[in-house]
Write a protein that binds this ligand. Structure first.
Ligand SMILES: *Cc1c(COP(=O)(O)O)cnc(C)c1O
Ligand SMILES: [Zn+2]
Length: 564
């Protein structure tokens, strides 16, 4: 017996009917576009009574998933990933409330584990024993793992652009790998044709109800976890019981390919809002790779339908959905109804630089598809679309974990060719490549003077990742002068706004000592300087950097110029 109530509603004709996985279209009008509605009042009651007894995984919210009975033996602890406070990156962007939902920590290291866990459970429940999907990599990996547990045979159509490491990962679970020389959209068409001919179940992406529903759990977890960071705040929703006192961010940011993630997450936040558990539905920011950004192009030209990109030109294969179809149209309409959101694109080069930055500043190693969202966040901060005082959650969607070449031996895939050209260009080394070559020959001594510990840590981290420096830190102007007198450094990085002796006073004092007056100084400041202040600094500093506006490469460039 079902422990909760839900029904499928057709987006086109409004027809309501029970949910059955095998019935993929509306029985009234034939539409593919349907969604599940729940009895939200009842669900709220159930959650209120039971939530505190349940482990922190996605089945915690099972009343809001289209599964009649939770199947414990399929579970690998999916969902329940940490929400990490990104202090260093936040400091760099001037935003103290930047959080990362670390989806790398799912069972197969991407947020597709949510989708696979729920979709495979739905297949199991519907008695399906063999299924077909097309994938840019991560869906195939994750579905393969869960299909193995469920005893479901899987066929994965992968474009030949998917990295071999990922293809082998799919194969190790026993999935039949079909390598398609062609685009992802072509692989999807071939998979659909194969499923039709063999009469097999096809994973239908954004038209698959369990897939979209699974992504809601991101919204649920984020709202529950964010509340822990803000426990001390006055209660915004005094009516909610303590276990259901949740908090929504101002922004949810994700790298986007087909758009199942944002579609589901938006639905999740909307359901929480309807249940009165959060006080607002956050704005959604969808970030795409520049060489395959059909949604961004359509959004920016105010079009409801996205023109397909026939030949994606990005090396970030995970995000190579050229034709988002109606997913974009539905997503756009919902975002506009809620008052906005953002679509933005970033280049492969910006993304590759971000991979290094995330690893070196936050200790997170990501695959490029995940880094796209972070490169997008930087862009949206710089454009002023996201504001420094807003609460921002970025989905860190995935991590590449390769299976070693030798483990599988030969013959683990079947190759077929669709009539289309492959991509020809190689990724550019770009800015980051240039940066890593900058490491100076000699070890140089640097003194950082800043009263804010977070700022000192960030500056130290940036310097450490750029070369072999001996770094000393002073937390006040006075301590800094002392440090400099004892052992004059090759460079001083100086904060202007400090209590007691501020940066201007430090500069003036240095001028009084002939051996110290010539040491180059880079000033880092949190505020815009007045004309008078700028005149005061003239001739005394090598460079002026604004906190919250600088990215590490700008600073590194200034440092190298100053000491060379
Ligand atoms: C699938 C995937 C995306 C894109 O997600 P959609 O919501 O399907 O557009 C982003 N990053 C990673 C790592 C992914 O696997
Ligand atoms: Zn219908």
């Amino acid at each position: 017996m079902s422990h909760h109530t839900f029904a499928v509603h057709c987006l086109d004709c409004g027809h309501v009917e029970p949910f059955q996985l095998k019935q993929t279209t509306c029985s009234n009008c034939g539409s593919n576009w349907r969604e599940v509605h729940y009895d939200l009042a009842l669900t709220r009651e159930i959650l209120e009574q039971n939530l505190h007894t349940r482990p922190f995984d996605l089945w915690r919210y099972r009343e809001l998933l289209p599964i009649a009975e939770y199947i414990p033996y399929l579970s690998m602890g999916e969902g329940g990933t940490p929400l990490v406070h990104a202090k260093n990156l936040g400091m760099m962007l001037g935003c103290p409330t930047l959080y990362i939902k670390d989806e790398r920590q799912g069972p197969t290291n991407s947020f597709k584990d949510r989708q696979a866990a729920v979709a495979i459970a739905a297949m199991k429940e519907a008695g399906i024993t063999e299924a077909v999907l097309a994938s840019t990599g991560n869906v195939a990996i994750s579905y393969s793992a869960y299909a193995a547990r469920a005893g479901i045979k899987l066929w994965a159509f992968l474009t030949s652009l998917v990295p071999l490491e990922k293809m082998r990962e799919v194969a190790i679970y026993g999935t039949k790998v079909v390598k398609v020389t062609g685009t992802y959209d072509e692989a999807k068409r071939l998979a659909a044709e194969f499923a039709r001919q063999r009469n097999l179940h096809l994973e239908r992406g954004a038209c698959s109800i369990p897939s979209v529903e699974s992504m809601k759990t991101l919204a649920f977890e984020i709202s529950e976890q964010l509340a822990h960071y803000y426990d001390a705040e006055p209660q915004e929703k005094p009516t909610a019981s303590p276990i259901l006192r949740w908090k929504a961010p101002d922004w949810y940011v994700q790298s986007v390919s087909g758009g199942i993630g944002p579609l589901g997450v938006l639905k999740g936040f909307s359901e929480l809002y309807e249940m009165g558990l959060i006080d607002r539905v956050p704005s959604i920011a969808c970030i795409q790779a520049e060489g395959c950004a059909p949604m961004v192009a359509a959004w920016k030209s105010n079009k409801a339908v996205a023109d397909p990109i026939l030949a994606p030109k990005t090396h970030i294969t995970t995000l190579s959905t050229g034709d988002p179809g109606r997913t974009y149209t539905v997503l756009r309409e919902r975002m506009l109804n809620l008052g906005g959101g953002a679509f933005e694109s970033v280049s492969d080069e910006e993304t590759f630089r971000m991979i290094h930055l995330l690893a070196k500043l936050e200790g997170l190693s990501t695959e490029s598809a995940a880094a796209v969202a972070f490169a997008g966040v930087v862009k949206l901060f710089r454009q002023g679309v996201i504001k420094a005082n807003e609460i921002v959650v970025v989905n860190c969607t995935g991590h590449t974990m390769p299976v070693e070449n030798l483990v599988l031996g030969d013959g683990w895939s079947t190759d077929i060719t669709a009539p289309r050209q492959e991509l020809e260009t190689k990724p550019q080394e770009g800015l980051y490549g240039a940066l890593s070559n900058l490491a100076p020959e000699k070890i140089r001594k640097i003194v950082i003077i800043d009263d804010i510990e977070d700022a000192r840590r960030l500056l130290r981290r940036i310097l450490q990742s750029q070369g072999e420096f001996i770094i000393r830190e002073a937390d006040s102007g006075k301590a800094g002068i002392q440090m400099i007198k004892e052992d004059p450094p090759d460079l001083i990085i100086l904060d202007l706004m400090m209590p007691e002796m501020d940066g201007f006073a430090v500069l003036n004092l240095l001028q009084e000592y002939p051996n110290l007056a010539s040491i180059p100084v880079i000033v880092v400041t949190a505020k815009e300087l007045t004309k008078d202040e700028q005149i005061l600094l003239r001739g005394k500093v090598k460079a002026l950097m604004h906190k919250g506006k600088f990215m590490s490469d700008d600073l590194a460039d200034e440092i190298l110029e100053a000491i060379n």
